[in-house]
Design a protein around this ligand. Structure first.
Ligand code: HEM
Length: 897
């Protein structure tokens, strides 16, 4: 896994292309996405990788990188988009906080940049063109412009770079000397420079032996298997062999630099020496630590540290540019130690910068640069660096070292060469014996003129970008990374074993149904009442929700974020579990049967008449009986809580969700309290389901849910038939303005079906078939309870059973019918029961209901997309037509457009 795939890694990661000293950087804005993708596909073959040999004669090199808006424009799936690091997604100029920490303020503020301004047309991609001579470069660029134009891609900005004599930068110092050496590429053994490849190339172990976060996608989002597999096939790696590229155009005030030095240290030698102290190397590159007196010609010398050689900075000042940007062995807590070096290795940068603009003086000699005066010409460094983690590497170096006025115990010094200035940040301290020297009033010599963060994909990833699969997820449902990539630690494995043992125990106990039924008769009611009394007393003691009016909701802090996390986890589960087949629901998964029914609204007292219940009437309805999920298991193995979903059709009036019209859904489970009291707890449970140990949610001694567990246990059991249990709404709904209710569906059929032993996998469905096959009608009565007190009958806590009297409002009649047919099965999969398919008068209330709006909507979309099915709008006419079509052999008619 760890030998580098040179033929997939773009060449610039592995080499600075020093043999191609001319370069042009084209900032691109895509037009039509399909045309842009075709162009990317063609570029996948032209972009040079690390496997290509040295360029011959006029041969050039092309490299291609993308910004996050660019990847989104190419219609990359949301799962992949979300997997990129936050800094990259936000962009270099993406937030005031980022600008502040990077020191991009005042003259360097993004609002004044030449390119990359937040309000300017987005830069989607960066095309880097490298050539041996100005002519070959121009020819290459001209060819690229033609293909870009043909693909409808605009070039927003072209930045050109010419080499400066002696490999120097504009202040007159040799640049590009010290670079980290990649393990697997270089055979350097020097612990100061040898750095794990994963620090610069995604998909390889980093300095901690871990993988730096990278974009992963589910296998079903890579149908052509273009990307490498990870985690035993559970995910595909879009990041592998890619990296992040930081690009900043840094303008250098060369005249300002040398004239300030002239004011501080008159005389050619003193000026030069002070400038060298600011950089940390002499103009020819000789390190000050090696030779404090002057140049030795050993420009490439790099095998030095600071702690042993120069602990006080007498040779190379503590705050010098190279000492800040790569402190080597001087980092606390134990300078000079192996640990110090190890910390430093996690903040290295692979610099790939190039100079732009003509030199102020051709020779770049300090005296000539001073003598040249101010020519007002723009020049500087196109600072480019490659790193796997922009935040830990580039941003850390810039914020914590370059811009930090207290670096290495200093007080008011930022990086003397490139740092920002301002009150208390304008000093350069030169340690000396017996007394240090302080230079005050340091001006800013380097200003930011533009910049962006890019992703530099591997070649296979480039091909993937050219043909993204149909997006299965949306911004709300896309999981950032497949949840299976949890570390497989011993405690997780032990947790799963424990979980399995408990579940086995529960399954075994289910076989003793006679005993259980007897116990229920004795214990269920008093135990529920005792637990509920405890919960109510606590709520009364603490006055929880006492400030709320009847039917009033309270939006909880962070609710939207928690909901998003649950949605992501559930879609991650779907993407992973059903990658080879037909996706089922993420919850309430197993369908025992989808039945046609009649929903009859009863004549109600005037005060209760509203919405669907405004007048007596009969409606066609679909009724789904289901099991808990998240997987389809033999009935005896499920957790014993059944669910009921009712979709009343042909309802006059608009529903709250606009994907359906004229439907009113009801959903309920065979327990009076919900598994989790609110969304926060639900998010915890979902996390543990993802980790394969939901039992821990209830039993964790540090965050226990014993009461919820006992309440669930009192009702969770091996049912004989889905027709013989009560179904509670658990969470409240509006019932006309200012009235909140909970409801219950009560079977009018007495419980009489035994649990067969041994139990067939689908014995619940068989029990339903037996009942409906014998021409018997099954009837449920729907009863409501009104909220009378916000504390003891809360809206936001689903673990509390309301105690108000029940009023019958409707009957649900399920006639005898044959329901085990392929059409019904398909319809059951396509139908979406969502409590938000509701008239405004019956609006769902409470945090779990609010969350369900997004969770159900998004996860059913993911399921439908995996299955290639459109949302089915279940009006009865359409269903009948479809059934007739199916019988007439006309296939998949009746699907929603
Ligand atoms: C116009 C702006 C800049 C100039 C003129 C400049 C100049 C130099 C020079 C002359 C060297 C010494 C030669 C070498 O080791 O390669 C150097 C080293 C270095 N610079 Fe810069 N630099 C600039 C911006 C930056 C920025 C923005 C960063 C990062 C935030 C940076 C990070 C480094 C690093 C990591 C080294 C190597 C230090 C070492 O390993 O010893 N430089 N720079």
């Amino acid at each position: 896994m760890s030998s580098l795939e040179f033929d997939d890694i773009q060449g610039i990661v592995l080499s600075g292309y020093g043999e191609l000293p001319h370069a042009a950087f084209l900032m691109l804005h895509f037009g039509e996405p399909a045309a842009a993708r075709d162009w990317v596909g063609a570029m996948a073959h032209r972009v040079a990788t690390g496997a290509e040999g040295r360029p011959v004669r006029d041969e050039g090199r092309l490299q291609l990188a993308f910004s996050w808006p660019g990847l989104a424009h190419l219609e990359l799936s949301w799962q992949a988009l979300k997997g990129f690091s936050r800094e990259f997604r936000e962009g270099l100029a993406g937030s005031p906080r980022r600008s502040r920490v990077l020191g991009d303020s005042e003259e360097s503020a993004p609002s004044g940049w030449h390119w990359g301004r937040p309000e300017a047309p987005a830069i989607h991609a960066l095309l880097m063109v490298y050539g041996a001579t100005p002519r070959s470069l121009q020819a290459l660029v001209a060819r690229q412009r033609e293909t870009l134009e043909a693909a409808g891609i605009r070039v927003l900005e072209t930045l050109e770079s010419q080499p400066l004599p002696g490999a120097k930068e504009h202040f007159g110092f040799r640049d590009g000397i010290s670079q980290p050496k990649l393990a697997g590429v270089s055979n350097s053994k020097d612990p100061r420079h040898r750095v794990a490849a994963g620090e610069f190339v995604l998909g390889y172990p980093n300095e901690r032996g871990q993988y730096t976060a990278r974009p992963l996608v589910s296998p079903i989002e890579d149908p052509h298997s273009l990307l490498p597999e990870v985690a035993g096939g559970e995910a595909r790696d879009l990041g592998r062999n890619g990296s992040y590229l930081v690009f900043r155009q840094l303008s250098q005030d060369v005249h300002g630099f040398w004239s300030w030095l002239d004011g501080q240290a008159p005389g050619s030698e003193a000026r030069r020496a002070l400038a060298a102290k600011m950089v940390g190397r002499w103009p020819d590159g000789t390190p000050l630590v090696g030779s404090a007196e002057g140049e030795t010609g050993d420009a490439q010398a790099n095998a030095f540290g600071y702690h042993h050689e120069d602990p006080e900075g007498l040779k190379c000042p503590l705050g010098a540019h190279v000492r800040r940007t790569n402190p080597r062995d001087m980092l606390p807590p134990k300078p000079g130690s192996e640990d110090s070096l190890a910390i430093n290795r996690r903040h290295r940068l692979l610099r790939r910068g190039r100079a732009y603009g003509p030199p102020l003086a051709e020779s770049l000699a300090p005296d000539d640069l001073l003598a040249a005066g101010d020519d007002g010409v723009e020049r500087g460094l196109l600072f480019l660096c490659v790193n796997a983690d922009i935040s830990r590497q580039f941003e850390f170096v810039q914020q914590t070292w370059v811009n930090n006025a207290n670096f290495a115990g200093l007080h008011a010094d930022t990086d003397p060469l490139i740092g920002p200035r301002g009150a208390g940040r304008e000093t350069f301290t030169v340690p000396d014996a017996p007394l240090r020297r302080r230079h005050h009033g340091l001006p800013r010599f380097v200003r930011v003129r533009g910049g962006a963060y890019f992703f530099l994909p591997g070649r296979r990833a480039l091909r993937y970008l050219a043909e993204p699969p149909p997006g299965l997820t949306t911004p709300a449902s896309a999981p950032a990374a497949p949840a299976t990539l949890l570390p497989d630690t011993w405690w997780l494995r032990a947790g799963r074993l424990f979980n399995r043992a408990v579940q086995q125990g529960i399954v075994l106990s289910r076989r003793c149904t006679t005993l259980r039924n007897g116990l229920d008769r004795l214990v269920q009611k008093p135990a529920t009442e005792a637990l509920q009394a405890m919960i109510r007393r606590r709520r009364q003691r603490l006055g929880i929700d006492a400030d709320l009016a009847i039917a009033e909701e309270r939006i909880l802090p962070e609710e939207a974020e928690v909901t998003r996390r649950i949605t992501e986890r559930m879609s991650a589960f779907l993407l992973r579990t059903y990658r080879h087949g037909t996706a089922e629901r993420a919850g309430n998964t197993k369908t025992y049967g989808l039945l046609e029914a009649e929903f009859e609204v009863l004549a109600l007292p005037q005060a209760l008449r509203c919405g669907l219940f405004a007048a007596p009437g009969r409606y066609h309805a679909w009724v789904r009986f289901g099991g808990p999920g998240p997987r389809v298991t033999p009935d005896i193995r499920n957790n014993g809580v059944l669910s009921l979903g009712v979709k009343v059709t042909g309802v006059p009036g608009e529903t709250l969700l606009d994907d359906e019209a004229h439907t009113q859904d009801f959903s309920a489970i065979s327990a009076p309290t919900f598994t989790t009291p609110d969304v926060y707890e639900n998010a915890k449970l979902q996390r543990l389901i993802g980790a394969g140990m939901p039992v821990w949610y209830f039993l964790n001694p540090f965050d226990s849910h014993y009461r919820d567990m006992l309440l669930q246990a009192l009702y969770a059991k091996a049912h004989g038939s889905p027709f013989e249990t009560d179904y509670w709404s658990c969470v409240p709904y509006l019932f006309g303005e200012g009235r909140a209710i909970k409801y219950r569906f009560v079977p009018l059929l007495a419980g009489r079906s035994p649990v067969p032993l041994p139990a067939p996998d689908d014995y619940l469905r068989e029990a339903m078939q037996r009942t409906l096959g014998s021409a018997e009608e099954v009837v449920f009565e729907m009863r409501i309870q009104c909220q009378e007190d916000p504390v003891t009958m809360p809206i936001e806590d689903a673990s509390v059973i309301w105690t108000s009297p029940e009023v019958p409002v409707a009957t649900l009649r399920i006639p005898a019918q044959a329901f085990v047919t392929p059409e019904r099965e398909r319809l059951a999969r396509e139908l979406t029961i969502n409590p938000w398919h509701a008239l405004p008068d019956h609006r769902p209330l409470g945090n779990q209901n609010r969350a369900r709006r997004e969770i159900y909507y998004e996860t059913s979309r993911v399921r439908q997309r995996i299955n290639g099915e459109a949302h089915f709008i279940p009006d009865t006419q359409a269903w009948r037509r479809r059934r007739e079509d199916a019988h007439a052999g006309r296939g998949r008619a009746g699907r929603a457009p």
